[in-house]
Design a protein around this ligand. Structure first.
Ligand code: NAD
Ligand code: TYD
Length: 354
């Protein structure tokens, strides 16, 4: 008999958000076993978890959520009691050039994982949870006013957000149809260490350091609500432990920035950090062709998680960005490793015609 109290399967634990969650769970809960299942796509990197790799309550398992046989094996081998599902194709621009990959991983992969949980738990759902980690992008695009609440109707507009919306619907369907004890959260844009440099903030940090053009899409007036990644990990920890099956929570930083203002702030922070003349990095800003179907504004109303679970964001933007910039400057080897090879051709293709 195992002495662990919970056997938690985290999918996508080698990615950006997953690695912060795995680190938190491994360090805070020595009496839980954390099984990190990841296919190690271009976005997954075990170096993100080198500090916990040898912990006695941590196991890494290389597997693909598109492979249902492999999932059955992992549930059985490790006696999984809880799932926190983050594995996904996560970049909107990639979803525009290859939507099917998003359907296969985000929709079919999620269905495979739901089926594996259903088979393995075999209707015994006492102290079981299937927690699906989703995005605010399923709600579509806001105008100048208003916020996404948990009641906002779904209106996804990119292949990425459509695939995440489809997976959310499947997860809720398994709750209503089979009684699977599911949880869902929809979070705003995350930032912090270990984010793959195809996303706005690390891409800009890298380009500023290399004195390359800073590609701002369209007029740069698109708005995102940014959250420090460890605040997201803390929210997921609370939701897993404190909420009843079937619940949905929105998670956001109440921290809206227009892209151009955010890029300008990053330029200022980087000029200071690199001891460059004030204003020099801003010269690199280049307005480029817009993303097709670009969502204008995302903003989360996080009242439910604040009032029911007492969660609050703890790191504010300027402090979080300074920490992020410093982390990337201190981890140039990590950045060089993840941007070698395939990333170079992605970057050339993605930005060639903009
Ligand atoms: P990421 O792209 O950094 O990491 C995704 C991870 O999933 C990688 O480790 C990758 O190897 C793994 N993966 C991909 N396909 C897989 C497959 N078929 N089988 C097994 N593993 C696979 O993504 P992220 O930014 O850390 O996002 C994690 C989750 O959080 C996603 O579900 C995403 O939709 C959601 N989310 C992200 C944000 C954000 O701002 N990044 C905001 C809200 C929600
Ligand atoms: P991104 O980090 O891709 O997150 P998402 O599209 O999921 O919100 O992009 C954040 C915002 O930054 C989005 O409005 C698109 C914009 N953006 C640019 O202007 N230039 C870039 O090179 C990238 C990657 C994004």
């Amino acid at each position: 008999m195992s002495s662990f109290k919970k056997h938690i399967l985290v999918t996508g634990g080698a990615g950006f958000i997953g690695s912060h969650l795995v680190r938190r769970l491994v360090n805070r809960y020595p009496d839980y076993r954390i099984v990190n299942l990841d296919a190690l796509t271009y976005a997954g990197n075990l170096a993100n978890l080198s500090d916990v790799a040898t912990a006695s309550n941590y196991i890494f398992c290389k597997a693909d959520i598109r492979d249902s046989t492999a999932l059955d094996r992992v549930f059985a081998d490790y006696g999984i009691t809880h799932v926190i599902h983050l594995a996904a194709e996560s970049h909107v621009d990639r979803s525009i050039s290859n939507p099917l990959a998003f359907v296969e991983t985000n929709v079919v992969g999620t269905a495979n994982l739901l089926n594996a949980a259903l088979r393995f738990w075999d209707s015994d759902f006492a102290d079981r949870r299937f927690y699906h980690v989703s995005t605010d992008e399923v709600y579509g695009s806001l105008g100048e006013e208003g916020f996404f609440t948990e009641e906002t109707p779904y209106d996804p507009r990119s292949p990425y957000s459509a695939s995440k919306a489809a997976s959310d619907h499947l997860v809720r369907a398994y709750f209503h149809t089979y009684g699977l004890p599911i949880l869902i959260s929809n979070c705003s844009n995350n930032y912090g260490p270990f984010q793959f440099p195809e996303k706005l903030i690390p891409l800009m940090i890298r380009n500023i350091r290399l004195e390359k053009p800073l590609p701002v899409y369209g007029d740069g007036l698109y708005t995102r609500d940014w959250l420090w990644v460890e605040d997201h990990a803390a929210a997921m920890d609370l939701i897993l432990h404190e909420s009843a099956p079937g619940k949905t929570y929105n998670i956001g930083g109440n921290n809206e920035w227009k892209n151009i203002d955010l890029v300008r702030l990053l330029c200022r922070i980087m000029d200071e950090a690199l001891d460059r003349q004030a204003g020099s990095s801003e010269q690199l800003i280049t307005f480029v062709k817009d993303r097709p179907g670009h969502d204008k504004r995302y903003a989360i109303d996080a009242t439910r998680i604040q009032s029911e679970l007492g969660w609050e964001p703890t790191v504010f933007m300027e402090e979080g960005l300074r920490k992020t910039v410093q982390w990337y400057l201190d981890h140039q080897q990590w950045l060089d490793d993840v941007t070698s090879g395939a990333y170079q051709s992605y970057y050339e293709d993605q930005y060639a015609n903009r």
